[in-house]
Design a protein around this ligand. Sequence first.
Ligand SMILES: Nc1ncnc2c1ncn2[C@@H]1O[C@H](COP(=O)(O)OP(=O)(O)OP(=O)(O)O)[C@@H](O)[C@H]1O
Length: 304
Amino acid sequence: MIRLSDLKISYHIGSRVIDAVDGVTLTIPDGCIVGIAGESGCGKSTLMKAIYGDIQAPMYLSRGNIEYSLKGADGRPVTSASVRQEWFKSISYIPQSSMNSLNPVIRIRDQFIDFPGTDSNKRRVLERARDYIGKLGLAPETLDSYPHQLSGGMRQRVMIGLATFFQPELIIADEPTTALDVVVQKEILMLLMDLQEQMGNTILVVSHDMGVHYQTTHKMLIMYAGRVVEYGDTDSVFADPQHPYTRMLIDSLPAIGDDSMRGVMASAAATGGDRAFRVEPVLVEVKPNHFVARPAVQNAGAAA
Ligand SMILES: Nc1ncnc2c1ncn2[C@@H]1O[C@H](COP(=O)(O)OP(=O)(O)OP(=O)(O)O)[C@@H](O)[C@H]1O
């Protein structure tokens, strides 16, 4: 379980402050895949980095806190202060464009054993890695390759392999299939789903693709302008979206035979756009496990 309480994450840019995540309070249960969606710049990656404990200038925690029910490698509870020590052990992160994050001058095998340890320990890990990447659909020789010798899909599988090798309890995948063709996208997502089923861990997946969310997630978290507008079981959110922005995202899913984006444009116009999408931070449970935020109270200046 991860509990976010009144979380506010900001960036200091010169004399300006950008509140990228603004007053998020919610609980993510164990053992589920949570999809995070929302327009570009709404704060998805910032929220993921904060949960991962990767808060570095110019980003900072303005308010609130994060609690984890994770156990560290030493058996102790993970806290915001200790979460960084758990990277790639109890918690791992597959960043945006992660397939380009592999060190280009280091063979894949050496990326698996890039940790302090004895030679015999590393040999044992390498044997396990050879076995493990086979389960991810990669040939054992992949370990002997340099990243540039692999296709984008293979590199992404390697990244997922590195992120899941130690069976972390929490995996954060920030747009894990961007820049891959649709067939490879599907394979990668199936792989993540299979791994989640086997390990029973929690996966947070950021994606702009609502179709991907519908097919792969148990819960959906929809963000707009730094706030969570809706959060609930995926079936419920897709069957009965409560917030106009969620409705617009779901309407953007093309149906077979649909030849245009007219539905999206029409529903954006009908909802009243930005003003109608802005919300207060507090989420209200409208159905079991389905929360929605109330519309923001517009001040006189904003309304003018
Ligand atoms: N390093 C940074 N310095 C300054 N501002 C930043 C930085 N990173 C993000 N921001 C700002 O914080 C806000 C949220 O950005 P974030 O990357 O979290 O959004 P996002 O929803 O993940 O977007 P995308 O879907 O495009 O990845 C945006 O206004 C962005 O400009």
